[in-house]
Ligand binder design. Structure first.
Ligand SMILES: C[S@@+](CC[C@H](N)C(=O)[O-])C[C@H]1O[C@@H](n2cnc3c(N)ncnc32)[C@H](O)[C@@H]1O
Length: 271
């Protein structure tokens, strides 16, 4: 029998470790690999290194990642994030005007991994669901950046735990696209934007805190109406009540320093 090389043994151990990952650990590891891949691509690293990360992503598999996300949605404290959205919308006559007509609001759910969450079942909304990788016939497989306003514009958009998943250079583009997919800004009855991030993106990042986040979102036309930050998740509901600025450039500044911080940021469009 041929002896197994150290390299092969290490690779096998790595595979075994990956196969054993579950739940949040799997999601975290998948996100870290995506970050590593985008770092290697932007630093023009050797193809072999990029392929190695791609193989690790494949070994986990997008299906297992999405299953873990669905379970996360079920197990998250307080249920799925759209419960909070529905509570906020129900009580705000400006964001959900009752007198206008009786039709449900048309909403777009970006990064949809299940079709029976609260925003789908509450009866307030007619939901168009999209995801990079559809896990259900009612979820259209589409990159939001490829979506045209001609396919429909919306009263509200839910973007829950998507931006942290997207490569940094696409984050501002996704926000800009959202402004194009909403009805025009309106100060009285504004279209709305429900935005969810892992809490450490806003309370443990070197470059981002809540006030930086809200000032960036404000440039896109979004004004914060409601917020709730738990230990793990940060939920925000913004009103699209003023036009998106023509100047979408801002600086990346250190807001907190320290070794245990992460680097989450939304780089501006021109960087
Ligand atoms: C962590 S899951 C979030 C699932 C769910 N929205 C939640 O709150 O639990 C992130 C999802 O965003 C999707 N996603 C990331 N970038 C996207 C894009 N550009 N267009 C559409 N979906 C995207 C991914 O495919 C993934 O299924």
């Amino acid at each position: 029998m041929r002896p197994v090389s150290v390299k092969d043994r290490v690779a096998k151990e790595k595979q075994k470790h990956i196969k054993g990952l579950k739940g949040n650990k799997l999601i975290r590891h998948y996100h870290n690999l995506l970050k590593e891949k985008s770092r290697l691509v932007s630093s023009h690293a050797p193809v072999k290194q990029i392929e190695d990360v791609e193989q690790q992503l494949e070994a986990i598999g997008i299906d297992a990642y999405q299953k873990a996300s669905q379970n996360g949605q079920n197990n998250r404290k307080g249920g799925d994030s759209s419960k909070i959205l529905v509570d906020w919308i129900r009580t705000d006559p400006n964001l959900y005007p009752k007198h206008r007509d009786t039709r449900p609001q048309q909403i777009l759910e970006i990064g949809s991994v299940c079709v029976d969450n609260k925003c789908s079942t509450c009866g307030l909304f007619s939901v168009t669901r999209i995801d990079l990788h559809s896990s259900h016939p009612l979820i259209q497989e589409q990159d939001v950046l490829m979506r045209s306003p001609k396919e429909g514009i919306f009263d509200g958009i839910s973007c829950s735990l998507v931006l942290n998943f997207a490569p940094p250079n696409l984050r501002a583009q996704i926000l800009l696209k959202c402004t194009q997919l909403l009805h025009p800004p309106n100060p009285t009855h504004p279209p709305w934007f429900f935005f969810v991030l892992p809490a450490p993106c806003v309370n443990n990042s070197r470059y981002m805190d809540e006030s930086t986040l809200h000032s960036i979102l404000h440039r896109f036309g979004f004004t914060l109406r409601y917020s709730s930050v738990s230990k793990k998740i940060a939920y925000y509901l913004y009103a699209y009540d003023h036009p998106c600025s023509t100047n979408l450039s801002w600086k990346k500044k250190t807001v907190h320093d320290g070794p245990s911080r992460n680097n989450f940021f939304i780089p501006c469009l021109s960087s």
